[in-house]
Design a binder for this molecule. Structure first.
Ligand SMILES: [Zn+2]
Length: 216
């Protein structure tokens, strides 16, 4: 049997757990915020990140609950980012809004994760500058590659069943034997997602389709 025909390994348990719908609140990813500057602009506006409705009960009124800090790794100049959390005035759910360039469960920015795991690394000047600040440790890179090399079956089923037609078509094209990296590549090709935004875009999509599902 050819090695190429072996199915990709199962992803780690942490990647396939799904949040209970009973969970009150969670994270909303702002899928159009890809830079620190844009994040800061949105934070300056009281309504900049305010959700139109509560994802849990669809109530239209949410108030600012508090602000939390996040210390991402891999940005050249930013040490601490402030994030806003909103509370639903009907059900009490609390929602943290995360800019798309920050993963929910990784310390590094998506751009750095993507650059470090690219088959043919093509660093932009920004990334080169960042790399001078702090290179990605080999063990961290290995862990990311393992996750991207794991089976995308759960994500493929999710995209096929809940995505809009074009997204569903991508899932159908890659099939259940795809790796997570393969799914990202196909999605980026279909929707012309620029380098640096690809992992974040797919991660945000799967989280939107089923809250809590992780790409990596
Ligand atoms: Zn609510």
């Amino acid at each position: 049997m050819s090695l190429e025909r072996l199915p990709p390994p199962r992803p780690a348990q942490c990647l396939i757990g799904v949040r209970s719908s009973r969970c009150k609140g969670g994270t909303i990813v702002a899928e159009d915020v890809w830079t620190v500057d844009e994040h800061r602009r949105r934070m300056c506006d009281p309504d900049g990140y305010r959700p139109c409705f509560c994802p849990r009960c669809e109530h239209p009124r949410l108030h600012v609950h508090d602000y939390v800090e996040r210390k991402p790794v891999g940005l050249a100049t930013v040490v601490v980012l402030t994030l806003v959390r909103y509370v639903c005035t009907a059900c009490g759910a609390v929602w943290r809004v995360l800019p798309a360039f920050l993963p929910r469960h990784l310390w590094w920015t998506w751009r750095r994760v993507e650059a470090a795991t690219a088959p043919e690394p093509a660093e932009t000047q920004d990334e080169a500058d960042d790399a001078q600040v702090r290179p990605v440790p080999p063990t961290t890179r290995r862990r990311w590659l393992d996750r991207l090399g794991a089976s995308a079956r759960q994500l493929v089923v999710l995209l096929a069943s809940r995505g809009v037609r074009a997204v569903s078509a991508v899932a159908g094209a890659v099939g259940p034997q795809a790796t997570r990296a393969g799914l990202v590549e196909a999605y980026a090709g279909q929707f012309d997602v620029p380098l640096g935004l690809r992992l974040g875009a797919v991660a945000a999509l799967v989280h939107r389709l089923q809250r809590g599902v992780r790409l990596m």
